[in-house]
Design a binder for this molecule. Structure first.
Ligand code: SAM
Length: 472
């Protein structure tokens, strides 16, 4: 019944295939010859399939785990360099008609403050985000056809792209809204969105149905097939994710890779990003009510295995995770992080008081954006506000080609440095500016093509003189 090319959820995420994969992994995880052969295949940078990666996930040999970590770090450096892309979520509305058991926005929650931003409020939120230095947002909304119809989402996107405050601009809006129709995906595509993000939550159908007892999200097939509809609607870049803690992590991991394999097989391009959220405490939600929480070590192993299994897919860690944990997984292949996030509706312009929350979940990393940027630079990373790829039409397989041809150092690297320079000029504290200026000087030298290096240096000089928005 398993068929990677099928457009039916239950065939490309076939339960028997996942169960057989887990049994195969249990049988073989102690077979060091096989484990070495799989690591050897990953070393060729061609990725791993769900069966191979599941064997490594089941392998408990400490030496092999350290080898996997080292390889994940190497692959990250080869494909992504030391750049970390920065974004922030923007909550538009927490009205929701679904009954998700892990989310405080569920319909039956009568004491959470329900809010929906007006266009004037969006201007205030986005101005606050621009004043921090953000250039890239992920908009978030509950599912509610009356309060948050697609027209509302589209209007918000238009408003966001239109806001110019001082040197600020939001240059890429990613969208994380409920599964919808091909027609609506086409409208989102035409509105100029970046990535369409939709977390599967769990690939386990029975658990999925139990965890989503009511509302349109109850429909497992409609949700799981959403990315195919998004791609049919013209969206090239899609972002996958599961909410770790709901189901057995090994099941989810196999499902996630099978989903990636399916998109690659059917559409010729795998997921642009994978997110790895874990269930967090929220208004009426206690993560301990779910039996499948994972330790920090397992979390790190999952991140490293995603990196070596799908080298061309970006990996996102949000502020659900603490500074300490983020620091642990950054070298294992993370390419994007959020900073200074608020998960309440309207929380950037007016931080909420404790007694009237509209928050979706508690964030663990509560630092300001400047603190996050400063920390990244001190760790040797280049914080990047780059949004060039999709603005230059390098989406889907065109981005993957750039990545596969290792052109990142001639393209993404200078773009990262130029957007960091803008940040330093417009928003950074004195200390961050000093650190960042030093970093840019050293990192410019790493651009292989001398013409690109020269032009990047000139642009950076021009940014100091007041010019903005250069890109390769
Ligand atoms: N409502 C949209 C949907 O149905 O897909 C997506 C927006 S929702 C704001 C974004 C994601 O937050 C969800 O897909 C879910 O994985 C995650 N989330 C919900 N409750 C959470 C919790 N208590 N802790 C951590 N993440 C949570």
């Amino acid at each position: 019944m398993y068929n990677v090319n099928s457009l039916k959820a239950e065939e490309f995420i076939a339960d028997e295939e996942i169960k057989e994969t887990l049994a195969y992994a249990d049988e073989n995880c102690g077979n060091m010859e096989l484990v070495d052969a799989i690591i050897g295949k990953a070393r060729q940078r061609k990725g791993l399939n769900h069966r191979e990666a599941s064997v490594l996930l089941a392998c408990q040999n400490e030496e092999k785990i350290q080898e996997i970590y080292a390889l994940a770090n190497q692959i990250k450096n080869d494909f992504y360099g030391n750049r970390i892309v920065i974004f922030a979520p923007l909550y538009l509305s927490n009205y929701c008609v679904n009954g998700c058991l892990y989310c405080p926005y569920h319909l039956k929650n009568k004491h959470i403050a329900r809010r929906k931003l007006t266009q004037e409020e969006i201007v205030k939120e986005v101005t606050a985000l621009q004043d921090m230095g953000h250039k890239r947002l992920a908009i978030e909304a509950g599912e509610d056809p009356v309060n948050n119809p697609i027209e509302y989402i589209l209007e918000c996107i238009r408003t966001i792209y239109g806001i110019r405050h001082k040197n600020g601009a939001i240059r890429r809006v990613n969208v994380n809204i409920a599964a919808t129709t091909v027609e609506n995906y086409r409208k989102l595509h035409d509105a100029g969105i970046g990535t369409y993000i939709l977390f599967q939550e769990t690939y386990h159908k029975e658990s999925y149905e139990r965890l989503h007892p009511t509302g349109p999200k109850h429909d497992y097939a409609y949700h799981t097939e959403a990315m195919d509809r998004a791609m049919e609607g013209g969206i090239d870049d899609v972002g996958l994710g599961v909410l770790f803690g709901l189901e057995l992590y090994r099941y989810e991991f196999a499902g996630l890779l099978m989903h990636a394999e399916h998109l690659e097989a059917v559409h010729g391009v795998g997921p642009h990003t994978i997110s790895v959220p874990r269930v967090k405490p929220a208004d009426d939600i206690n993560p301990d009510d779910f039996d499948n929480g994972i330790s920090d070590d397992t979390f790190a192993k999952i991140c490293a295995l995603i990196r070596i299994s799908v080298p061309y897919t970006g990996m996102i860690i949000s502020t659900r995770e603490s500074q300490q944990l983020r620091e642990k997984v950054l070298p294992l292949g993370v390419s994007q992080i959020s900073g200074a996030s608020r998960t309440s509706v309207g929380g950037y312009a007016e931080p909420e008081k404790d007694n009237s929350t509209s928050e979706q979940f508690d964030v663990s990393d509560r630092r300001s954006l400047d603190e996050v940027i400063n920390w990244l630079i001190r760790l040797g990373y280049i914080p990047s506000f780059c949004t060039a790829c999709y603005r230059e039409g390098r989406t889907g397989d065109r981005f993957m080609t750039l990545c596969k041809n290792m052109q990142i150092l001639n393209c993404c690297h200078p773009n990262a440095l130029m957007t960091l320079k803008e940040y330093l000029e417009d928003y950074a504290s004195e200390d961050t500016k000093k650190l960042g200026t030093g970093l840019i000087e050293t990192e410019l030298e790493k651009i292989p093509n001398p013409k690109v290096r020269e032009r990047a240096a000139q642009y950076i000089h021009d940014i100091e003189g007041g010019a903005r928005d250069f890109r390769f």
